[in-house]
Design a protein around this ligand. Structure first.
Ligand code: OAD
Length: 249
């Protein structure tokens, strides 16, 4: 604790000129969204290459779409938690904060909308968003407002302009990140004076390496140690839903 009664990490966040937060699935755990690699993680139940790859989609678009539609339906029942709200409130307060999220659930955007923040230029969805569709033929994009229900091939979503098959606008295994978006994330990480690693296992590149670009204080929030713990000046062993509000309080 410092003389103010705040922890050093709270003081760094309070004073930081520019913050960046790298978010992972752990941020949405308190909302009821499963992680990928934990004991109940999605990649324990399913093989990623059978559901989240261009090859899988080419082989069986119905299977892949049924899985994404089920995830949309489950996430539609979830609500942003105190961790999402803390970031949304910091943006609403005008903090220079870049939210670099690997999450595709859209919960951070929902928290921002609820806080009245339009922060599209401050939230980078590094791995895309499962509420956004992209036409595999002409590339046209659209946003969904409700979850899809996919039972038969006739239910597969089709592009309104060219009739092509649409896919979820998420980054799949074997695909690269959107280059312009990733360059903006690199710039935000380099410019940050405090970088928070929030709820990620830190094993998926290139997102994980963003944390290494900050020349200032690096703080990790995660109940478990990760490969990124070694570069964090402080590792807070707990949940984002508790400690993001504490850091930004
Ligand atoms: P993981 O499932 O790999 O890791 C989730 C992390 O959250 C673990 O380190 C947990 O210890 C931690 N955790 C659990 N509960 C938490 C809580 N309440 N607060 C904070 N942390 C908590 O998920 P990601 O790191 O997000 O990629 O995975 C990275 C990428 O791998 C995902 O974006 C996805 C996946 O394959 C793509 O789909 C491209």
């Amino acid at each position: 604790m410092t003389a103010t009664g705040r922890s050093p990490a709270q003081e760094w966040c309070r004073r930081a000129e520019r913050l960046a937060v790298l978010c992972g699935a752990g941020l949405s755990v308190a909302s009821g969204v499963p992680t990928f690699r934990g004991p109940a993680g999605l990649w324990r139940q399913y093989r990623p290459e059978e559901l989240a790859s261009p090859t899988a989609f080419a082989r069986d678009p119905l299977l892949v779409w049924q899985w994404y539609a089920q995830r949309q339906q489950a996430i539609a029942r979830c609500r942003p938690n105190a961790g999402h709200r803390a970031l949304a409130q910091a943006l609403a307060a005008g903090r220079r904060l870049a939210v670099l999220t690997q999450n595709v659930d859209g919960l951070q955007q929902r928290a921002c909308a609820a806080a009245g923040v339009e922060a599209d230029d401050q939230i980078e969805e590094l791995h895309g968003c499962l509420w956004r569709l992209r036409c595999t033929a002409c590339g046209a994009r659209r946003m969904l407002s409700t979850a899809l229900q996919i039972d038969t091939p006739e239910d597969l979503p089709r592009c309104a302009s060219c009739g092509g098959l649409e896919r979820p606008a998420v980054v799949w295994f074997g695909e690269g990140l959107d280059q312009r978006l990733f360059e903006r994330a690199i710039a935000a990480a380099r410019a940050s004076t405090v970088f928070i690693i929030a709820g990620t296992s830190g094993v998926v590149e290139p997102a994980a390496s963003l944390a290494r670009l900050c020349a200032g204080h690096v703080i990790e929030i995660n109940p478990e140690p990760t490969p990124l713990s070694a570069i964090a000046e402080v590792s807070i062993r707990g949940g984002c839903e508790q400690f993001l509000p504490e850091l930004f309080g």
